[in-house]
Design a protein around this ligand. Structure first.
Ligand code: PLP
Length: 400
């Protein structure tokens, strides 16, 4: 019989029923240290009192009203984001892929109202992940995600990451924008070369193109800055955001300059749920937390500690790990053994880590992770590596 739940996920056989800080509890009561945070979403851990208070207080007042009326939470959160970033304007969505979708539409409209409707191509980079709507998955460009869904949408070109010559070769009178993750998350915690990213800014400026930074995974404190572009000394024109901004409540946003957004006039875009009062209440609390004094310093400190400890882990278990990569609390362990086996063994030892491309095991812990929890996490990963080494040597002995 076909499963009642559409089987598009290969789910681990475990159901979490409760969370507390950096820990998750499964149905059987077993406790897990969560170094995945629901894929970079639960950036303040579970049950953060400020987020719980914001959501429950709003839940008693008003859940949904539509965008036919003013929504004070949207006005307040957009103001906060504009004040803290490069952006002049913000649109709220329910998810990352919707934010990417709008970023693409906005870039195309910009050129349309400038009298260049032929400029509608978006250039993206191999290994990207931008989401699963038809436009976002075409931008992602991964054949595995595109097979069987009909022709790809027109207007997307893709070139290898960090390859300026290939990029220059593909840019033409049809190009509207370049879209890139400053650090590819799903692609395997692959960092775009900072020089390359700065060169993209210059290319865009020289050719009248828009630069879109997909900061859905890297944003909201993940790399130790509010947004990863701050590490580079440049700013994008359009920036889709999601994940951490809702602290676990579905929320996305597109941040943009006035010039990039100039085509988005009344009636050009809309959403029923986007920016609803519940999401706004949580989003305001989440952004206040990230921007509160000392928060990003904490992320930087714990991240430094983790990177240093993980460097030691990789050196001690060189049959298991190849290297450690990433920035802030977006960390990848490049594996020598199958990442899926390691993730399952780690879970058995009580620590949650995530898969990513290029056989990388990803760590995206809550940004509130303490140094003691980071130490515990590294110890659990070390135990997992030792377990796998022991199992491999038993198998080798048995084969002799
Ligand atoms: C960089 C990036 N863009 C877009 C998305 C899509 O976001 P969502 O799953 O919320 O649609 C993701 C999700 O993993 C992402 O990491």
């Amino acid at each position: 019989m076909f499963p009642a739940l559409l089987p598009t996920y290969n789910r681990a056989d475990i159901a979490f029923v409760r969370g507390e800080g950096s820990y998750l509890f499964a149905e059987d009561g077993k406790r897990y240290l969560d170094l995945g945070a629901g894929i970079a979403v639960n950036s303040f851990g579970y049950g953060h009192p400020k987020l719980v208070a914001a959501l429950t207080e709003q839940a008693g007042k008003l859940w949904h009203i539509s965008n036919l009326y003013r929504v004070p939470g949207q006005e307040a959160l957009s103001r906060k984001l504009v004040d803290a970033t490069f952006a002049d304007t913000v649109f709220f969505t329910n998810s990352g892929t919707e934010a990417v979708e709008l970023a693409i539409k906005m870039a195309r409209r910009h050129h349309f109202v400038n009298g260049h409707p032929e400029r509608f191509h978006i250039v993206t980079f191999e290994g990207a992940f931008h989401g699963r709507t038809m436009a976002a998955v075409t931008a992602t460009g991964n054949e595995k995600y595109l097979e069987g869904f009909g022709p790809k949408l027109p207007g997307f070109d893709q070139v290898p990451l960090n390859d300026l010559a290939a990029l220059k070769a593909v840019i033409g009178p049809q190009t509207a924008a370049l879209m890139i993750e400053p650090i590819q998350g799903e692609g395997g915690v692959r960092t775009a070369d900072p020089q390359f990213l700065r060169a993209l800014r210059k290319l865009c400026d020289d050719n009248g193109l828009l630069l879109i930074f997909d900061e859905i995974q890297t944003g909201i404190g993940r790399t130790g800055r509010f947004f990863a572009y701050e590490n580079l000394g440049i700013t994008p024109d359009i920036m889709p955001v999601a994940k951490g901004i809702g602290g676990g409540f579905p929320l996305g946003a597109v941040l943009a300059t006035e010039d990039a957004a100039k085509g988005m006039t009344v009636g050009t875009h809309g959403t029923t749920y986007g920016g609803n009062p519940l999401a706004m209440a949580v989003g305001l609390a989440a952004v206040d937390l990230v921007l509160s004094p000392g928060f990003l310093e904490h992320v930087g400190k714990v991240a430094n500690y983790l990177h240093q400890q993980l460097g030691g882990l990789v050196a001690h278990h060189s049959d298991i790990f190849e290297s450690v990569r990433g920035q802030g609390l977006m960390i990848g362990l490049k594996m020598k053994v199958p990442g899926g086996d390691f993730i399952a063994a780690a879970r058995a030892n009580g620590v949650i880590v995530l898969p990513a491309g290029e056989n990388v095991v990803r760590l995206l812990p809550p940004l509130t992770l303490s140094e003691a929890e980071a130490r515990e996490g590294v110890a659990l990963l070390a135990r997992t590596a030792a377990d796998m080494e022991a199992a491999a040597s038993v198998a080798k002995a048995a084969a002799q």
